[in-house]
Design a protein around this ligand. Structure first.
Ligand code: XMP
Length: 507
């Protein structure tokens, strides 16, 4: 496997994604972490960084077990680090070195550039530049503005590049990583969804033995894939709980429950709708609504897990981006969750040992693993849906009637997207019920009814998003259907805000 030492670059996770796409397993660790053994790895990549090697707080890894011993690739900061701290010279660059550049010189005898021609587009993002290489370093590529765009250390399997091979705009970036990892470091491309399933199922068996495990299913991709992996490993000893909080999409509780049962999972559906709705009564503050839903979920889940005798483990669908420690981390999200719950003592199920079968894989890999285990494509391709569900799409307080209205509207919108073959072009879609009434006219009658907003966005990770240019014909048909079929709604608007400055949800 490959070690990626992180110096805090915004692109570090992308390096890992590219390596995994080559079917090679890799892990990201902060450059100063003590939680890994270099001896477990066959090659090392040094990431970029927002820091300058010339600044006082420049990250300085201990490379004594790495440099000259393992195949090593420095990227951006990594390249500058290997020059600056080994007798080279790094200084501020005269020209702007952000964005597109082309390799004007390539040493084509170097394996690193096999199959990559002069002129290849690369992506730069740095303000320092390597002015002088140490004596035993050899320049192997340049761009118009950057003389030392790539170098190799003679007598070592150490390479460094100033540009970012991991970004999409570096046209031959994946080829370069492939050359480094396969041709130079000799790694095998044996990290596939099938091999992941085999090794994970075996290690779950070894870890859990005959113990019982409880897992909360949400209807989403991550918890479903985690459940199927555990089901393969321990069968009936996995107890899944699927809670209806009354804020799911129309008919979703029953249809998803049926699907889970059809997959052979040992699942119990718990309809706690009435309890959630009664606890939410009269509350219109978004954060308080979220807190109430979080608390009630924990109470319901705790009650249910007590009904399972001798349960020892809690399984969660945590994925890799939630686990990767950031270089500047001062605790991270899991620490906060604990302190929060510690106030009133941990619920009993939280005292269980935790098992997280997906903690080392990315979202797209979760889908590939799900697919290789035969999970229904429709379930795997489902849009993200927030934990608090329709509660944060009903602006203001929540009533049973408002939930019903929004479920109807949402179902018309989502089914329409599917019918028009637009569903898979959209990252997330849904409807918001606004707390305003407006005047309309139906037949000869004046109406004074609710307004709904439709939202459809494209995104990669939900951090940034843009609204989708849905066809006018589709919007027209959808609006007509909603107003004609959903009693209580006389106006439909389409949200054309990007994130930032707006957010995806309205609350
Ligand atoms: P925003 O509205 O922050 O949403 O742009 C980004 C993504 O996060 C989802 N979201 C939530 N998910 N609990 C969740 O589990 C929440 O409280 C929550 N709020 C927003 C949202 O649906 C989108 O995918």
């Amino acid at each position: 496997k490959v070690l990626i030492l992180d110096f805090g670059s915004q692109f570090t996770q992308l390096i890992a994604r590219r390596v995994r796409e080559l079917n090679i397993y890799c892990e990201i660790h902060p450059f100063n972490s003590k939680k890994f053994n270099v001896s477990d790895f066959k090659a090392v990549i040094l990431s970029g960084s927002p820091h300058s090697v010339r600044s006082e707080n420049a990250p300085q890894p201990n490379l004594s077990e790495i440099k000259g011993k393992l195949p090593l690739l420095g990227v951006c900061y990594g390249a500058q680090y290997l020059a600056h701290f080994y007798d080279g010279e790094v200084g501020a660059s005269n020209t702007r070195e952000y964005g597109r550049a082309n390799l004007s010189f390539i040493d084509s005898t170097e394996l690193l550039f096999e199959g990559i021609g002069e002129g290849s587009q690369v992506w730069m993002s740095h303000s320092d530049t390597i002015l002088e290489l140490p004596s035993n370093y050899k320049k192997i590529a340049s761009t118009h503005d950057v003389d030392n765009a790539a170098y190799k250390i003679e007598g070592e399997n150490t390479y460094a590049i100033q540009f970012h091979p991991e970004v999409y705009h570096s046209t031959d970036g994946t080829k370069l990583l492939e050359n480094f990892l396969i041709k130079i470091a000799g790694l095998n491309q044996d990290w596939t969804p099938d091999s992941f399933v085999d090794t994970t199922v075996q290690s779950l068996k070894d870890k859990i033995g005959n113990d019982k495990v409880v897992l909360g299913l949400s209807g989403g991709v991550d918890s479903t894939v985690a459940a199927v992996l555990l089901d393969k490993a321990i069968g009936e000893n996995l107890h899944c709980i699927f809670v209806n909080n009354g804020l799911l999409r129309k008919d979703e509780f029953q249809s998803v429950l049926d699907q889970y049962e059809g997959m052979g999972l040992n699942v119990k559906g718990v309809d706690a709708s009435a309890r959630f709705l009664s606890e939410l009564k009269g509350e219109s503050d978004p954060e308080k609504k979220r807190k109430i839903i979080g608390r009630v979920f924990i109470e319901v889940f705790d009650d249910e897990s007590h009904k399972i005798k001798d349960v020892k483990w809690l399984a969660q669908g945590t994925i890799y981006p939630d686990v990767i420690e950031s270089v500047s981390a001062t605790g991270g999200p899991s620490a906060t969750i604990k302190s929060h719950h510690n106030v009133g003592g941990l619920p009993d199920f939280m005292k269980l040992k935790v098992v997280e079968p997906l903690r080392m894989i990315f979202k797209d890999e979760v889908r590939r693993v799900g697919k290789s285990m035969g999970i229904d494509a429709e379930l795997l391709g489902r849009h993200p849906f927030p934990g608090p569900g329709l509660a944060i799409r009903i602006l203001g307080d929540i009533t049973e009637e408002k939930v019903r209205i929004l479920q109807e509207v949402d179902a018309i919108f989502i089914n329409g997207l599917k019918k028009w073959d637009l569903y898979n072009d959209v990252w997330q879609a849904g409807a918001m019920l606004l707390p305003v009434n407006s005047v309309g006219v139906m037949g000869d009658e004046r109406t004074y009814e609710k307004c709904v907003a439709l939202r459809a966005v494209e995104s990669v990770d939900g951090m940034t998003a843009d609204w989708v240019n849905l066809p006018y014909k589709f919007l027209q048909e959808t609006s007509n259907k909603i107003i004609n079929n959903v009693k209580g709604v006389n106006r439909v608007v389409y949200d054309i805000s990007s994130k930032p400055p707006a957010t995806i949800e309205w609350e």
